[in-house]
Design a protein around this ligand. Structure first.
Ligand SMILES: NC(=O)C1=CN([C@@H]2O[C@H](COP(=O)(O)OP(=O)(O)OC[C@H]3O[C@@H](n4cnc5c(N)ncnc54)[C@H](OP(=O)(O)O)[C@@H]3O)[C@@H](O)[C@H]2O)C=CC1
Ligand SMILES: O=C(O)C1=N[C@H](C(=O)O)C[C@H](O)C1
Length: 272
C-alpha cells in the first residue's frame, strides 16, 4: 500500500484525485488538505470532496501538520505554483516524496523546486495524461522531420476558471518544439495584435482561449505550402490527469531524490 496524501481537495483536481485514490486497491489515503484557514478544516475529506461517503480522514489546513500525524509515502499536489512550493518545502523537511501537477511556475519558483528535489524525489509535469505526454513526443518528432519550412503554432483552450495562460502544457509543447527546431524561448510569440508584419521565419506562436467548461485542449499546427498537419489532444474529463498523477505517485515513492518528469514515469527514453 502506498500511503498517500492529497492536497487541495476542495479543487477540481484535488477532488478527482481523492476519488480515484480512494478507489485504487494499492493506495491508502492517509491525509487530505485544504488551504490555510479553510472552513472545511477538521471535516471528513470524503464529504468535503463530495464523494458520497466518509473516508475517515479529517481535512487539515496545513500540509506540514498533516504529514506529522500520518506516516505518508507520497503527497499528490494540484493547487497553485505558490502553494506547491510551500508543499515541496514541507515534504523536503520530512523526507516525503511529492507529485506536483500545478502549473504557472516562474523560472525562479522552478529553481526553488529543484532545490527541494535535492532532498526528496519530486515528479513535476504540467500535464499528467499519458496521451498528452505521447503527443508532446510526437510533436517533437514531426517538427524534426518537417523542418524549418513549416510554420508552427500552438493553440490551447481551457475553462473560464483557469488562472494561468498560456497553459503549462502549451508552454511545454512550445519549448519542446523550439528545442527540436534548434530555436530558443526567444522565438516564442504569445498572441498577436496590430501591424505585426509578415510572420518571421522561425517564430513559434502560442495562443490561449478561455471559456465555459472546456477541460483542456491542445493543438499543434504545422502549416506548410499546400498542406497542413494538426496534432490535437482533447481531455473530456479530468480522470486521465489524475490517473497519470497516481501512476507517478506509485513510481516516485521510495525513489532517490531528484526532479523527475512524466517521461521518466512512463519510461519514454531519449530526446523529446
Ligand atoms: N498537470 C496536470 O495534468 C494538470 C494540472 N492542472 C493544474 O493544477 C492546478 C489546480 O487546478 P484545478 O484543480 O483546476 O484548480 P482549482 O482552483 O479547482 O483547485 C485548486 C485548489 O487548491 C486549493 N489550495 C490553494 N492553496 C492551497 C494550499 N496552500 N493548501 C491546500 N489547498 C490549497 C484551492 O483552495 P481554495 O478553493 O480555497 O482557493 C483549490 O481548492 C492548476 O495549476 C492547474 O493548471 C490541472 C489539471 C491537470
Ligand atoms: O488548469 C487546467 O485545467 C489544466 N491545466 C494544465 C495546464 O496548464 O497545462 C493541464 C490541463 O490542460 C488542464
Amino acid at each position: 500500500m502506498t500511503r498517500t496524501v492529497i492536497t487541495g481537495i476542495t479543487g477540481r483536481m484535488g477532488s478527482t484525485l481523492l476519488r480515484l485514490a480512494r478507489d485504487a486497491s494499492d493506495l491508502q489515503v492517509v491525509g487530505a488538505t485544504a488551504r490555510p484557514g479553510s472552513p472545511v478544516s477538521g471535516q471528513d475529506a470524503g464529504f468535503v470532496a463530495r464523494l458520497g461517503a466518509a473516508l475517515d480522514v479529517a481535512v487539515a489546513d496545513d500540509l506540514g501538520r498533516a504529514l506529522d500525524s500520518a506516516k505518508a509515502d507520497v503527497v499528490v499536489d494540484f493547487t497553485s505554483a505558490e502553494a506547491s512550493l510551500a508543499h515541496a518545502r514541507a515534504c523536503a523537511e520530512r523526507g516525503v516524496a511529492l507529485v506536483v501537477g500545478s502549473t504557472g511556475f516562474t523560472p525562479e519558483a522552478h529553481a526553488q523546486l529543484q532545490v527541494h528535489a535535492k532532498a526528496v524525489p519530486i515528479v513535476a509535469a504540467p500535464n499528467m495524461s499519458v496521451g498528452v505526454n505521447l503527443v508532446i513526443r510526437m510533436a517533437a518528432e514531426l517538427a524534426r522531420v518537417l523542418g524549418p519550412s513549416f510554420d508552427v503554432e500552438v493553440l490551447e483552450a481551457h475553462h473560464r476558471m483557469k488562472k494561468d495562460a498560456p497553459s503549462g502544457t502549451a508552454l511545454r509543447l512550445a519549448e519542446v518544439l523550439a528545442d527540436a527546431l534548434g530555436r530558443t524561448r526567444e522565438d516564442l510569440t504569445f498572441a498577436r495584435e496590430g501591424q505585426t508584419g509578415a510572420r518571421p521565419p522561425g517564430e513559434i506562436g502560442v495562443q490561449a482561449l478561455r471559456g465555459g467548461d472546456v477541460v483542456g485542449e491542445h493543438t499543434v499546427y504545422f502549416f506548410g505550402e499546400g498542406e497542413r498537419i494538426e496534432l490535437t489532444h482533447r481531455a473530456t474529463n479530468r480522470d486521465q490527469f489524475a490517473l497519470g498523477a497516481l501512476r507517478a505517485a506509485r513510481w516516485v515513492a521510495g525513489r532517490a531524490p531528484g526532479l523527475y518528469d512524466m517521461a521518466d514515469v512512463l519510461g519514454l527514453q531519449g530526446k523529446t
